[in-house]
Design a protein around this ligand. Structure first.
Ligand code: TRP
Ligand code: SF4
Length: 400
């Protein structure tokens, strides 16, 4: 159960497009067979910026889950849930807010950036300032080891680590910690206890990071430890506090080179996107009318693929043979631009056939979808409730 959990979320602000697929979802699909994964719809996060258009959120929650399933996220392997249906996220956000310095939030780079970028919206709200803290709650709730995100989100994961450290520092203290930790070591069994002690000494006396890592792995694999003992042993390995909230690491998703139909990065806000489940006729039309190298005015003008957005799509979708064909044909004016676009159209449509097929059962029977999400919410809540028990207790709120 403690084996390196992965957590990530997406805001439901529109139909997902090929950029989301190549940039994030393909990576999620790969991860789900390697780790226990939780993927959730960050509807509260969407509200921080779209509070004036709740209908956008309402419509897109379900559509987004269908897009995930269409991409190949397998509900047997991954836990899929909706943030607002696990209200523990709000409680953890509130409790973390007690110890979050305002300056930390104001200094998160996305805060000012987004306010400037989305200047048509009033983002001088309490909720928007707290965006990264809500995200920290999402991640810390599940003691995630890894958070697959794009580069823009890395500061949020860093912020999450700082919050975890501060929380453990403030609330991981307990009377008799050393004694309790030593008792817990014995529960590892003599062989593992000895290894644990060695690793702890190597880290504490020589700063050996590899030993620290090995010690953590040892604990992740150890069964039959109570939650409290586990926290003590994680903490005792490196210091004198329980580690109640685990520090996650960003799993940087390589920036997708997915261009939109104008050659800029594909993005809904640039109006250059092709949706994952777009109608085939519309895809054909969009690609056929894509701009190409402006120097190719007439069919027999040679072109330069480096100046053409269609070539960028070939780099995503074509094999070497098709790329050679496009390069040679373009530079020698041997092919026309419509010829050149056809294999790209075919490849996109082939990819999308898979999406449409996987989505169809859920369109035919929406109750399938609702059940998957209901199960996911239950599973997520189970973990969340365990975490909240520990957090409340550490913060002096275990009076129930
Ligand atoms: N802020 C993320 C984004 O805009 C979405 C998000 C919310 C998230 N909570 C998260 C991502 C937790 C990873 C983990 O993309
Ligand atoms: Fe672009 Fe292909 Fe036309 Fe060359 S032939 S300009 S690469 S579409």
């Amino acid at each position: 159960m403690f084996i390196e959990r992965v957590v990530s979320g997406m805001r439901p602000t529109g139909a997902l497009h090929l950029g989301h697929y190549h940039g994030a979802l393909k990576n999620w699909v790969r991860l789900q067979s390697e780790h226990p994964c939780l993927f959730f719809v960050a509807d509260w996060h969407a509200l921080t910026t779209h509070y004036d258009s709740p209908e956008v959120i309402e419509d897109n929650v379900w559509e987004m889950v269908i897009d995930w399933l269409a991409a190949g996220i397998d509900p047997q392997q991954s836990t899929l849930f909706v943030q607002s249906r696990v209200p523990e996220h709000a409680e953890l956000h509130l409790l973390l807010s007690m110890v979050t310095p305002l300056g930390w939030l104001e200094r998160v780079p996305t805060y000012k950036d987004q306010q400037e970028k989305l200047s048509e919206r009033d983002l001088s709200t309490y909720g928007f300032l707290g965006y990264p803290l809500l995200q920290a709650a999402d991640i810390l709730m599940y003691r995630a080891a890894w958070v697959p995100v794009g580069e823009d989100q890395v500061p949020h994961v860093e912020f999450t680590r700082e919050i975890a450290r501060r929380f453990n520092h403030l609330f991981g203290r307990e009377p008799g910690f050393e004694d309790k930790a030593r008792e817990a070591v014995k529960k590892l069994g003599s062989k593992r206890a000895k290894l644990y002690q060695e690793l702890r000494t190597r880290f504490q006396e020589q700063g050996d990071e590899a030993a620290l890592q090995q010690g953590r792995e040892l604990l992740e694999l150890a069964q039959n430890l109570s939650m409290g003992d586990r926290e003590r042993l994680f903490g005792y390995l490196e210091g004198s506090r329980r580690i109640i909230l685990a520090e996650p690491q960003a799993l940087l998703t390589e920036a997708s080179r997915m261009p939109g139909i104008d050659g800029q990065k594909m993005s809904k806000s640039y109006g250059n996107a092709i949706a994952m489940r777009e109608d085939p006729e519309s895809v054909r039309k969009k690609v056929r009318t894509m701009p190409t190298d402006p120097a190719r005015v007439r069919r027999n003008d040679p072109g330069n693929p480096d100046l053409c957005p269609v070539w960028q799509l070939h780099q995503v979708y074509s094999d070497d043979a098709a790329r050679d064909w496009a390069q040679t044909g373009c530079r020698s004016a041997g092919i026309g631009c419509l010829d050149c676009k056809q294999p790209v159209i075919d490849a996109i449509l082939a990819e999308q056939r898979g999406f449409h097929e996987r989505a169809q059962p859920y369109l035919d029977d929406p109750s399938l979808l609702r059940n998957i999400v209901a199960d996911g919410c239950d599973q997520a809540r189970k973990i969340a409730q365990e975490t909240m028990r520990e957090v409340r207790e550490a913060m002096g709120l275990a009076h129930g």
